[in-house]
Design a protein around this ligand. Structure first.
Ligand SMILES: [Zn+2]
Length: 160
């Protein structure tokens, strides 16, 4: 795959719905990948895991709050993961995690909703400088989900 075919994938992805409000576009979209001209087309495993995450968490959150879920990052291939300084074991590399926020809804409220109502592996309120978002992950094998709730300040993780 080339960077050019990645852009084509994003374009086509808009038209392919996974759920009512999510398309394939959300899975592969990455501002960093575009800025750095990195090909970030997901493979089959990453796509399957990301679809599972959308169905299990992102769409229920979208439906409950009735507002757009802005996904900043879902999958990261090896090259992109290196570019953002991510660890290779990151759940983004497997397609199991998403970073997102909803305009006008406090992150703490979204964390509470997910914690009380949905199955997840890790749920992390991440605040780095002025930026803040929710990192959430879900494993396809249900028993693997640890239901861990954490906070991250750019340096360390602490219990929520
Ligand atoms: Zn993340």
């Amino acid at each position: 795959m080339s960077y050019k075919s990645y852009l084509e994938y994003l374009k086509q992805g808009h038209k392919i719905n996974i759920t009512e409000n999510f398309t394939l576009f959300e899975i592969a979209n990455s501002a960093t990948a575009i800025a750095r001209k990195i090909e970030n087309t997901p493979n089959k495993l990453q796509t399957d895991n990301a679809v599972n995450l959308i169905k299990g968490i992102l769409q229920p959150v979208r439906t409950f709050f009735g507002k757009a879920v802005i996904v900043e990052c879902m999958i990261r291939n090896t090259e992109l993961n290196k570019a953002v300084g991510g660890v290779s074991t990151s759940q983004h590399a497997k397609g199991e995690a998403a970073d997102f926020y909803i305009k006008g809804i406090k992150l703490e409220i979204i964390v509470e909703y997910i914690r009380k109502n949905l199955l997840f592996d890790q749920l992390i309120l991440e605040r780095v400088g002025n930026a803040a978002w929710i990192h959430v992950s879900l494993c396809k094998i249900k028993s693997k989900n640890r239901k861990m709730v954490l906070k991250y300040d750019g340096k360390k993780y602490v219990k929520y």
